[in-house]
Design a protein around this ligand. Structure first.
Ligand code: FAD
Length: 289
């Protein structure tokens, strides 16, 4: 596996800006996120406070940023990062994305630009993580071969992961937390209920719902993003945000955070500005190795 200088996680304004500055500073990067950049950009009808664009839609701003990336030959690797491990002198990233299976990426420095996660964790989620609760079907499905599992899916795209689990587990209970009817999946039973909490009961993992509890041997919670404290073990948080200094350094040497994830106010230009600072700080860190 070829190691990058900097891995940038997230393709909102913070990640895009970090990628642009890193590449201009001749660093080899991997940019992980979505090709349509960020839902928060796609959904903004009219932006009036981004310098250079007096009145622009989020989609058009995303388009302009994509063109900027293309002009520098920066490609987006469309994968979700499920875990970042600090290995001492480098970082190892676990990637999910069904089409090409699970694999890992390595980088000397990491910039977290993952935005803030909408909604709250379920009560019990943090305690169970790694102990019968997983965020990545592709990564952890083999652990549940021939066993009964439940999947809480926060968007229709998670049906693909549930279908994959259906091929491995003895039975899958799928709880969609969105409107619309999930597609038919082999070995997958759809249960309409509102998850309220998760807990352990001996060898069983239980989802408390507004109806009957769902009792299985493993729980998968699949949503677009995971909280940064769970993504990076040992990362110091300040409430829902990653604790950084003004150079966007975190408590982990070589790991930087920028954009909404690094604190209020939630604004495009603040995110882009911090992405620039994070990249320059990462470049300076690489120079010190
Ligand atoms: C409807 C709406 C209108 C808004 N209007 C304005 C406005 O007019 N002016 C203004 O300044 N701000 C506005 N905002 C706020 C602005 O959208 C945010 O401040 C900005 O998008 C934050 O940028 P970011 O790069 O930090 O994060 P985001 O834009 O949230 O991008 C984060 C990216 O990281 C990806 N990601 C997350 N986790 C992972 C992972 N584990 N692996 C890979 N990728 C991951 C996400 O999918 C996403 O693509 C608006 C927001 C909304 C919702």
């Amino acid at each position: 596996m070829e190691r990058a200088d900097i891995a940038i996680i997230g393709t909102g304004p913070a990640g895009i800006s970090a990628a642009i500055t890193s590449v201009i500073r001749n660093k080899k990067i991997i940019l992980l996120g979505k090709k349509d950049l960020s839902q928060k950009m796609q959904k903004a009808e009219e932006i009036r406070n981004y310098p250079g664009f007096p009145k622009i839609s989020g989609r058009d701003l995303a388009h302009a940023m994509t063109e900027h990336l293309e002009s520098l030959n920066i490609e987006i690797m469309e994968r979700q990062v499920t875990q970042v491990y600090a290995m001492g002198k480098y970082f190892s990233l676990q990637l999910a994305g069904k089409e090409s299976g699970t694999d890992m990426a390595e980088a000397d420095a990491v910039i977290l630009a993952t935005g803030v996660m909408p909604g709250k964790l379920l009560p019990g989620e943090e305690e169970l993580l790694g102990n019968g609760l997983s965020y990545c079907a592709t990564c952890d499905a083999p652990l549940y071969k021939g066993r009964r599992v439940a999947v809480i899916g926060y968007s229709p795209k998670e049906e693909e992961e549930a279908a994959f689990l259906g091929e491995v587990a003895s039975q899958v209970i799928y709880i969609p937390v969105y409107k619309g009817e999930p597609r038919k999946m082999k070995n997958v039973e759809v249960v309409r209920a509102v998850p309220k909490a998760v807990k352990k009961g001996g060898a069983e993992r239980i989802i408390e719902t507004d109806r009957e509890p769902v009792v299985t041997e493993g729980i998968f919670i699949l949503r677009d993003s995971v909280s940064p404290g769970q993504l990076v073990p040992g990362l110091e948080m300040d409430g829902p945000h990653v604790k950084t200094d003004r150079s966007m350094k975190t408590n982990l040497p070589g790991l930087f955070a920028c954009g909404d994830i690094a604190g209020l106010p939630y604004q495009y230009i603040k995110s882009a500005g911090e992405g620039n600072i994070a990249a320059l700080s990462a470049v300076s860190y690489l120079g010190s190795l």
